[in-house]
Ligand binder design. Structure first.
Ligand SMILES: Cc1ncc(COP(=O)(O)O)c(C=O)c1O
Length: 374
């Protein structure tokens, strides 16, 4: 079964994709469907757009089914940062509010909250990771006060893959009446996730990493009681009467998630996401997840035998995918040169080099990478 998943990504270009925590390639079927829809739109214009919009709408229910939410709890945006900003600014936090983030958040999950805290004349409180960059709930607990209104942290951290215990987070926040908004982009598609049983208030993500779909597509999942709660970031025809309605002072806002989606949608990106989700759902996230972990642990073991130090928040066994490694004698310049020469993608993310295998990677990819760094 996992072989069928790997085959769905088969390419002849000789590239090895080990920066899937950055931007992942798409399955062949996704590429072909996007091409087909692009051709329909390019040639058909207004003749084609209605059917293509309808097709793109499938992505909402497919994403909901994959991540445990109803379609009417999901709004789409241009990127993950916009989805996060919709919550950060849409909550219109009261004066003096405090918001909690970790000290290693990706900028897209840091700056919206910094600005939201500034606008509320409050404070962004920074939870301190451990020396190994782990993200225990105690670190959040240490900076929460009675002024804390939102805990806005990443589920999986982007530099070295630290995983936050979402069950503990939700229980902790609920007991204190604090809202949770979690950036799940580094976890969705990599680890099992069920929004509606997570107890989280909001979850934000994007399509181009572990969901191996086109760039420029973010999503926001909201608890049902929050769907009509946020002040929209943007407004347009679709967030009011629709394309065919005349502008009018009295037109009410569209209800539900449409109130956040102001105009023509990202049809190609949505269609691409939908197509990949069909493949991922058929394969099953559990199977994808264990294959990723197997590859990541083989990679970490191989690098260790070549003198690399693995910077892991998980101890000996890597959880998830991210392997962050450095070498005492090989410089980062030398390491990246070798990877570039071998056409292996990577990212430099302190404290070291970040390699992030997906389940479509093969044992041969891992062996070639270890060989290149030997
Ligand atoms: C934790 C996290 N959030 C968000 C993003 C991406 O945000 P955006 O798609 O808005 O650029 C990344 C990408 O690296 C990430 O690691």
């Amino acid at each position: 079964m996992i072989q069928a998943f790997k085959d769905a990504y088969k390419r002849q270009d000789g590239l090895i994709h080990l920066n899937n925590a950055g931007v992942a390639p798409w399955p062949t079927q996704t590429e072909q469907t996007v091409h087909q829809v692009a051709a329909n739109l390019a040639r058909g214009g207004a003749h084609a757009v209605g059917a293509m919009v309808e097709k793109s709408e499938e992505a909402r229910s497919l994403l909901g089914a994959f991540l445990g939410a109803q379609p009417n709890q999901i709004a789409f945006f241009q990127t993950c940062a916009v989805a996060i900003s919709q919550v950060a600014f849409g909550l219109q936090l009261p004066r003096g509010s405090e918001i909690v983030v970790f000290d290693q958040e990706y900028p897209s999950n840091f700056y919206p909250w910094r600005l939201a805290a500034e606008r509320a004349q409050g404070e962004l409180k920074i939870a301190k990771s451990t020396a190994q960059l782990a993200t225990p709930i105690e670190a959040i607990e240490a900076v929460v006060t009675e002024k804390t209104k939102v805990i806005a942290v990443s589920w999986v951290q982007y530099r070295n893959g630290a995983i936050l215990d979402l069950e503990k987070l939700a229980a902790f926040a609920k007991a204190r009446g604090i809202l949770t908004c979690v950036d799940i982009i580094q976890g969705a598609g990599l680890l099992p996730f069920d929004f509606n049983s997570s107890g989280l208030d909001f979850a934000c993500g994007g399509a181009h990493k572990w969901l191996t779909s086109p760039l420029s597509l973010g999503y926001l999942m909201m608890k049902p009681e929050h769907v009509d709660r946020l002040e929209p970031l943007a407004a347009g025809a679709m967030s009011f009467g629709g394309f065919d309605a005349l502008s009018d002072l009295k037109t009410p806002r569209s209800s539900g998630v449409a109130r956040y989606e102001p105009g023509g949608r990202s049809i190609l990106e949505l269609v691409g996401l939908g197509e990949t989700l069909k493949l991922m759902s058929t394969t099953g996230v559990q199977m994808i997840s264990s294959e990723i972990e197997r590859l990541a642990n083989n990679l970490a073991r191989g690098l260790k035998t070549r003198g690399f130090q693995i910077h892991s928040p998980h101890g000996e066994k890597i959880r998830g995918s991210i392997v962050n490694a450095s070498h005492s004698t090989l410089s980062m310049e030398e390491i990246t040169k070798r990877l570039n020469d071998a056409k292996i993608s990577y990212a430099v993310r302190p404290p070291g080099l970040r390699l992030s295998a997906h389940a479509f990677n093969t044992d041969a990819d891992i062996a070639r990478t270890i060989e290149a760094l030997s």
